[in-house]
Design a protein around this ligand. Sequence first.
Ligand SMILES: [Fe+2]
Length: 483
Amino acid sequence: MAVSLPLRDCQAWKDAKLPLSTTSNEACKLFDATVTQYVKWANDQSLGGMEGCLAKLKAADPNFVMGHVISNGLVLIGTGNSVKLDKELDLAMKTMVEISKTQPLTQREQLHVSAVETFAKGNFPKACELWEEILRDHPTDMLALKFAHDGYFYLGYQEQMRDSVARVYPFWTPDVPLSSYVKGLYSFGLMETHFYDQAEKLAKEAVWPVAASPPCPGLQALSIEPTDAWSVHTVAHVHEMRAEVKAGTEFMQRSESQWKDSDMLACHNYWHWALYLIEKGEYEAALTIYDDHILPRLKGRGSVLDVVDSCSMLFRLQMEGVSVGQRWQDVLPVTRPHTQDHILLFNDAHFLMASLGAQDRQTTQDLLTGLQEASKSPGENCQHQLARDVGLPLCLAMVEFKDGNPDRALELLLPIRYRIVQMGGSDAQRDVFNQMLIHAALNCTSSAHRNVARSLLMERDALKPNSPLTERLIRKAAAVHLM
Ligand SMILES: [Fe+2]
């Protein structure tokens, strides 16, 4: 996937009112190339990918602070590495801070350094505040906008994710590089706050202009950024939230060529495709997507998002009563090295799915013990602060659920169900926990829990009508006289 040229040099960044403290035009252009690939969710192999760009960037100007900011920020925002466990990252962070003290920086650059430092400490709310401070004076700072967007996503701050983009949206006129991608960011926030019509319209505008005649129903021709995988992803979410399984499946099929080369998001878009198939009860087709597209990416790149997609999908299929064979054995070697990360509670819950699925009791125990310790650690880490009240009860509920103790799982989950959003992720991703609660309720033996399943199913049906998955669960409840 080629980055559109020209990339901005020192003067171009200055003209954009985003001056960079370096005299190297090469470093400036490579910084631009890295931001662009981050926004597009795609490594441009003609430039050596993001890693290649960052290596060349450091060689072009080893003291370029914003080069260090984007390099460290991208590692951290990937949520697979922490300064506590990754010595290389720890050293890189210290180098960034030291270099920032040796030269006069703009206030914007200083804020970027502070934000990345703060994020590394696990204080995501404060880091987002710093990125917002940048955006108040520099609304077209894409790095601040995208880091804040991802930070809010990890915090489950759905309104902030939407409003952060709304505040700067008018400044992203078509002449500003990457402006069409801001539509994708905004549409995702709109979708997560349930403005589905607006979200869909905006996401499609980013990829297909309004005035063109559609080549097929629902799509329009003449692309603006035909490979904007994040905008396509918003549309996938809209279909998911409305249980439009047929439209969703067809949309993914038609648009596949537009996002399959976005190597950082393709796995996740295939996961969305598979969700429609699970909804429809077409489990073999879902497993084929898993085997053909998700597992190879998990084994290849193995990013945390790929891991989360893999775990979530296998866990959902098992709840549907589908045998996943030995597939957990392929996932566990990728998740096990992350057992002591405790960077995101949302990730922890998915790593736990793998150790539970593979029946690796030792890894399960290690994760729970580590999380318990993290929950007691002092400091500003927001995930550790949330572990005691939300992360641990959820993880313990998953263990009880898998151990065949549905009453205990339900007792742990019910009090925290409306707080799980604080662990971040999308509504669609967190639905795996809603489904687990319903399955637990369906299998409860205690008379006090008998009506919980019915309540949960009525609520689910009201929120997302015509869901085949919900209908199957309702039939199951009726079979045991709960409906
Ligand atoms: Fe998604």
